[in-house]
Design a binder for this molecule. Structure first.
Ligand SMILES: [Zn+2]
Length: 68
């Protein structure tokens, strides 16, 4: 059998449903990404844990990033 992709899901941020600012879609794939140390330092994020969550619009693939 082929690789089974995860279904895109709705996402809430601070209690509000996330919508794509480009196409208005409300379904996203979720990815966790490690920020490399150089990037974290550039953005003065040493205080933060160095991972980000990104939500990828299932329609237009626009990516929204959230730190932490
Ligand atoms: Zn979109």
């Amino acid at each position: 059998m082929g690789i089974k992709n995860k279904e895109p899901q709705t996402v809430e941020v601070k209690g509000n449903p996330l919508k794509c600012p480009i196409c208005g879609n409300a379904y996203f794939w979720t990815k966790k990404a490690q920020l490399n140390t150089a990037v974290a330092t550039f953005f003065n994020l040493d205080w933060a844990n160095k991972s980000a969550t990104c939500f990828i619009c299932s329609e237009c693939t626009y990516i929204q990033w959230f730190l932490g």
